[in-house]
Ligand binder design. Structure first.
Ligand SMILES: [Zn+2]
Length: 111
């Protein structure tokens, strides 16, 4: 499992940037994202080349999750499963603050 930090970089701004550009042309979004990065790898953690390779959500830290994205047939950035939200995610422990796309999970941990 990848962490959100590598070489001292915090990729939170990248994940938030990609989320904010859902529906936009992937060629444009990709070149803007690459311009901000030291390497392209963190983009591939979140964005799959097509829906079949996509994941409903990604985990970027101990209790930090984001939507999985993919590039659709029209070459637009899209959400793999829009039904997955901070309201549907269930925490895996009681001690951490779990977030999805920067929002706290609303469900409580059930032992
Ligand atoms: Zn915990």
């Amino acid at each position: 499992m990848h962490t959100g930090k590598r070489h001292g970089y915090d990729y939170t701004p990248l994940f938030k940037f990609l989320l904010s550009r859902v529906g936009d042309d992937w060629g444009v979004v990709h070149s803007e994202a690459v311009a901000r990065l030291d390497c392209e790898e963190p983009i591939t953690w979140m964005v799959a080349p097509d829906l079949s390779a996509g994941k409903p959500f990604i985990r970027t830290g101990e209790s930090t999750y984001y939507s999985g994205l993919y590039v659709d047939e029209a070459n637009k950035l899209a959400v793999v499963d829009p039904n997955v939200t901070h309201q549907t995610m269930v925490p895996s422990c009681a001690c951490c603050t779990h977030t999805f796309n920067g929002k706290r999970f609303t469900a409580a941990f059930v032992d």
